[in-house]
Design a protein around this ligand. Structure first.
Ligand SMILES: [Zn+2]
Ligand SMILES: [Zn+2]
Ligand SMILES: [Zn+2]
Ligand SMILES: [Zn+2]
Ligand SMILES: [Zn+2]
Ligand SMILES: [Zn+2]
Ligand SMILES: [Zn+2]
Length: 465
């Protein structure tokens, strides 16, 4: 390369010198035109190109005479070929590019192919238009046409009813695309309570229950304290054979307990029986007991057996007032209401068969002043107690004559079976028991019963084998 540059510089310098020399020569040759020049040539090498041959140029340094001599032929282009294929939208061709000199040309043209579209129908939806989509299978070029309108939603309504606490509403759901929304809200119904009044008993609270008819929601209010037992005292006198005691029996619920045990006046020692006592089958023996509940103007009547059992059924009641006028009625339950009567009243109690059981005198409110027949002698004894101020409480229902003239009324009313242990003391007739403490008899009975039970089990077991 450096040699080439040097050569070029030399060639340039030589050219300038040649031009100067030519001017000198012109001056001289006018005088000496035909004079022979002994040429002194300098040679310059020119390389061949793609299209031109290489040569050597000779230049005389004295007279500028020149001539050339070809050295090499033109080399010709050295092409690289690039084939550009045709597409949907562009022609294809082949490009020839000379890597030496940059000359290029193209040929082998072929036409563009044009798109090859496939069509696809897109159906309209609730919210989107329908259309035809055209897609080129070669270059994926896409366009759409044939638009149709969106269908719109097809909503179906589902109503949710309100309940006590939650409001209602309507859910609209599209049957095609499941799009949904909620509207048409309604207010909650609120609770609709039914009230159940539970009365207090002797030992349990009374209260009012509020229960919703629709959802069962429950609340309790208006507690009433237990009334407490109201006792009627039944004194069972002692025998040589049996203890005496006081039974306190509640007139409202029949609960009872015993107290004040006494013996019949002997040493109190009760001899142990020789043989285990076989408990007799107990026949209830009811005795009538009364208690005047002045506060409520009730005569409480109970027929109580020594075992604590009470007899139900009705009682024939005859009220005889201070004028000697008798009123008869049948009373079920154990409360005989005399609040409708005046003055001193004789209450005669009889059982279902009409057999008189007891007569009780009660004093009720004073008869209102009215022109009465004079000289009705007031019974002198028992100075009248001043009547306690009484609330005119519950208007008393007249004692319902429930089964009037029922011929079967004579039948003894069914009674609850005896509790075996509460029956140890025998009826007044007395048994063959000797003086033993109640406690010892209880134990003996329990042991005897236990042994019997075990024996029975064993026999049963053997039989099963
Ligand atoms: Zn020359
Ligand atoms: Zn070339
Ligand atoms: Zn295409
Ligand atoms: Zn829809
Ligand atoms: Zn409710
Ligand atoms: Zn009670
Ligand atoms: Zn009994």
């Amino acid at each position: 390369m450096t040699t080439t540059i040097k050569k070029t510089i030399v060639t340039l310098a030589a050219s300038i010198a040649l031009i100067l020399a030519m001017f000198v020569c012109i001056g001289f040759t006018t005088a000496n035109a035909d004079s022979e020049c002994e040429h002194r040539y300098e040679q310059t090498e020119v390389a061949p190109t793609c299209t031109k041959a290489g040569y050597t140029m000779y230049l005389c340094v004295d007279c500028g005479n020149t001539y050339t001599e070809q050295t090499e032929a033109a080399k010709g282009h050295s092409y690289e070929i690039v084939i550009v294929p045709n597409t949907c939208t562009h022609k294809g061709y082949t490009t020839h590019f000379c890597t030496t000199c940059g000359y290029e040309y193209s040929d082998n043209y072929n036409d563009e192919m044009g798109h090859d579209y496939e069509e696809k129908e897109v159906e309209p939806t609730c919210t989107e238009r329908g259309y035809t989509e055209h897609t080129c299978t070669i270059c994926n070029d896409v366009f759409s046409d044939n638009y149709t309108d969106a269908l719109g939603h097809a909503y179906e309504a589902e109503i949710t009813e309100p309940d006590c606490l939650n409001g209602g509403y309507t859910t609209y759901t599209c049957s095609v695309c499941d799009d949904s929304y909620i509207a048409d809200y309604t207010e909650p119904n609120g609770h609709t309570y039914t009230e159940i009044v539970n009365a207090a008993t002797c030992v349990t609270y009374g209260y009012t229950e509020h229960i919703c008819n629709d959802c069962g929601e429950r609340s309790v209010t208006d507690y009433i304290a237990p009334k407490g037992h109201k006792y009627l005292d039944v004194i069972v006198t002692a025998n040589p054979d049996s203890l005496g005691y006081t039974r306190h029996i509640c007139v409202n619920c029949n609960y009872s307990y015993l107290s004040d045990f006494v013996t019949s006046g002997d040493s109190g020692y009760i001899k142990e029986p020789e043989a285990p006592v076989v408990p007799e089958i107990h026949q209830h023996a009811y005795e009538i007991h009364t208690m005047d509940d002045k506060e409520n103007m009730n005569l409480i009547v109970m027929r109580v057996c020594n075992c604590g059992d009470t007899k139900s059924g009705y009682i024939n009641v005859t009220f005889t007032d201070d004028k000697g006028i008798a009123t008869e009625s049948k009373v079920a339950g154990n409360k005989i209401d005399y609040s409708e009567m005046f003055g001193k009243v004789v209450i005669t109690l009889a059982d279902e068969n009409g057999e008189q059981l007891k007569t009780v005198v009660v004093t009720t409110k004073e008869r209102p002043a009215e022109p009465t027949e004079p000289d009705m002698p007031v019974i002198p004894d028992e100075p009248k107690q001043p009547d306690e101020p009484k609330q005119p409480d519950e208007p008393t229902t007249p004692a319902e004559p429930e089964q009037p003239n029922d011929p079967k009324a004579d039948e003894p009313t069914p009674t609850t079976p005896d509790e075996p242990n509460s029956d140890v003391t025998n009826t007044k007739k007395g048994g063959n028991g000797v003086a033993v403490t109640l406690f010892v008899i209880l134990i003996v009975l329990a042991l005897g019963g236990g042994a019997g039970f075990v024996l029975y089990k064993k026999i049963k077991a053997k039989k099963q084998k």
